[in-house]
Design a protein around this ligand. Sequence first.
Ligand SMILES: *Cc1c(COP(=O)(O)O)cnc(C)c1O
Length: 374
Amino acid sequence: MSAASVPFLDLKRINLRHEAAYAAALARVLASGRVLLGEETEAFEREFAAYCGVKHCVGVGNGLDALHLVLRAWGIGPGDEVIVPSHTFIATWLAVSQAGATPVPVEPDATSFNLDPARVEAAITSRTRALVPVHLYGRPAAMDALREIAARRGLKLLEDAAQAHGARLGARRCGALGDAAAFSFYPGKNLGALGDGGAVTTDDDALADRIRLLRNYGSRVKYRHEAAGYNTRLDELQAAFLRERLKQLDADNARRSEIARHYGEALRGLPGLILPDGGPADAEPVWHLYVVRHAQRDRLDAELQARGIATLVHYPTPAHRQAAYGEFAGADLPMADRLSAEVLSLPMDPTLSDEGVAAVVAAVRSACSAIARS
Ligand SMILES: *Cc1c(COP(=O)(O)O)cnc(C)c1O
């Protein structure tokens, strides 16, 4: 049997599916004569807001800026605390730091890997201004409980939805579950551009207006500046590409779910392997990543690489152990430490074939038995 070779995420294959549509999108932008803040951005904002089920979408330069601008627009800054997950991509923390506020890490729930509402309450102080749950790996966070805490304690609730385009909790989609949400359209996300991009979604008219101001130099009218803003806009070309990709999003997410179901059935009960669940009972996750746990993660990783299966670790070093956050070096965050040592992401790609899925399954099965035998 020849060694199978399965890439982690084949971006070339994903994007080439849209070659003709992207060429037409480029032609539209060239013909319009606008490259920033034109019709394509407006159209994408309208279409993505409708998709998420909110009143407003404001396109910005990337996901980190989307998070940061919301915190700024709420006036969160020095002296304020913002609760973030201890186990997340570092951008969630960086947005808080960039606003001048202090990130306060809270440990995840052991099964969902998402912010644990039971621990959030204990982390709230008189300085706390907002909660930033992350729908990590595409699984909706426990938003009902978090919304209740935020309302009772007078806090803002900002979803980091960078990994959850299209995910649902009950009847609503991620992006419509808090006071505002931040999305990233980094190429590897479920809805990815051909470069950087991001967006804020919200039902709040005043917030949307403020984000529009802040993303464009604090200016509504050219050369008149109402606020010390930023330059972080979703450009016309990325917006035009994203309009094409958005048409494919539900089908891509359905394929991701199919792959996740397949992994879940075929890998159940293997020695030492912990499989992910789909989140709260009324959640529909979008499987941005399929993340398993194993006490001997590095060994499992090596066994899979040897069998031609590409894997990644999300994330190998928690934010509190990064040089960028030296002031957190002594923080006691055992769940974040443990997850960073045990998680492993299997190939997850909407263009992955059934043969590719079968190759991953066969490799994980044989790798887990090899580890159990030794
Ligand atoms: C990707 C990501 C971001 C940042 O998005 P960028 O567009 O890369 O700036 C923020 N939070 C999470 C959870 C992410 O996965």
